[in-house]
Write a protein that binds this ligand. Structure first.
Ligand code: BG6
Length: 306
């Protein structure tokens, strides 16, 4: 898996953390370092920029994770697609419009904390800690760990630890972009009965979801829900089962036509092939951590053929 002509930095990472056929590092678009996990059941790529899962493909299945053909790979910019880490705030900053949406974790360079493998699993741990730049916009000391476990399924665990002396509160999401054959044929199940707020109508009263969700227009909703969600995709002939823990919110987003056209890193027709279902903690589910305490948000992605 490793590139024969890799840079000295990539070769060093492979010597220190690689395992033949299981864990390798390579240079990706924009010069970003990509970790590649593999085992008998599938493969997955994670970018150190953003601590972002970029792809997951169980052997014998179509790709699970979507990424834009127009994604931008530049320092300080978010990659459109994969599973961005939104932290320590979800959406626009609550007070400061000048700060980037969805926090700073998705545009920072994460460090490798370790790798492990066995017959069943290949694992990667990345870590992000406060820097003078993060303290300038969010004055709290923290450690974030992203633990990616490729086994029979893909598991992503995001652990936030308060390494400072005062409590802090954050909102967050594992902002997964999933590949679908044709959005109009897709349905999202598991949120029936859940309360949601419609982000397209700011300040609107919460509503109750009556039915499985289908997509006929721009959709951007924050559900209060801590359960499993299934993306049913008859076009591909599969169900993506998204299980989670440590999460009280689920976001469902598809930009549809006009918003796709407004986003420079998103193709005009790409909304047809993707859907975001995000395991999150937003609003009443925001997390407060006392010094020394930690919180884990975790996601498991399973693929069922139908
Ligand atoms: C979703 C939000 O989580 O992320 C949407 O609910 C937003 O409102 C989308 O448009 C993409 O955000 P960004 O910052 O990556 O363009």
């Amino acid at each position: 898996m490793a590139d024969d002509l890799a840079s000295p930095e990539i070769l060093k990472l492979n010597r220190q953390y690689g395992a033949f056929g299981r864990i390798a590092f390579r240079e990706g678009p924009g010069g970003f370092t990509i970790a590649v996990l593999a085992n008998q059941r599938g493969s997955c790529e994670i970018c150190l920029h953003g601590g972002q899962v970029l792809s997951y493909r169980p052997i014998g299945h179509a790709a699970v994770i979507w990424r834009s053909a127009h994604a931008v790979y530049e320092p300080g910019k978010a990659i459109r697609g994969g599973i961005p880490v939104c932290w320590p705030w979800f959406g626009p900053h609550p007070e400061r419009k000048d700060l980037p949406a969805h926090g700073f974790a998705r545009t920072m360079d994460w460090k490798i904390a370790g790798t492990e493998y066995s017959n069943e699993k290949s694992e990667l741990r990345l870590v992000l800690r406060d820097t003078p730049e993060t303290l300038a916009v969010w004055p709290h000391r923290f450690e974030l760990e992203l633990h990616v476990i490729l086994g029979d399924n893909l598991r992503v665990r995001l652990t936030a630890k308060n390494t400072g002396d005062d409590d802090f509160t954050f909102t967050e999401a594992l902002h997964g972009y999933y590949m679908v054959r044709q959005i109009a044929d897709v349905c999202v199940m598991g949120l029936e009965g859940a309360k949601f707020t419609d982000s397209l109508v700011p300040g609107s009263a919460p509503q109750t979801e009556e039915n499985p969700i289908v997509f006929r227009a721009e959709t951007d909703r924050i559900y209060s829900d801590d359960g499993e969600v299934v993306i049913s995709d008859p076009g591909i002939g599969r169900e993506l089962v998204l299980s989670k823990s440590g999460s009280g919110s689920t976001v469902v987003w598809n930009p549809w036509i006009a918003k796709s056209q407004r986003m420079s890193d998103f193709g005009d027709d790409e909304y047809l092939r993707m859907l975001c279902v995000e395991q999150a903690n937003i609003g009443d589910a925001a997390v407060t951590l006392a010094p020394g305490k930690s919180h884990t948000l975790s996601l498991s992605i399973n693929v069922d053929l139908k």
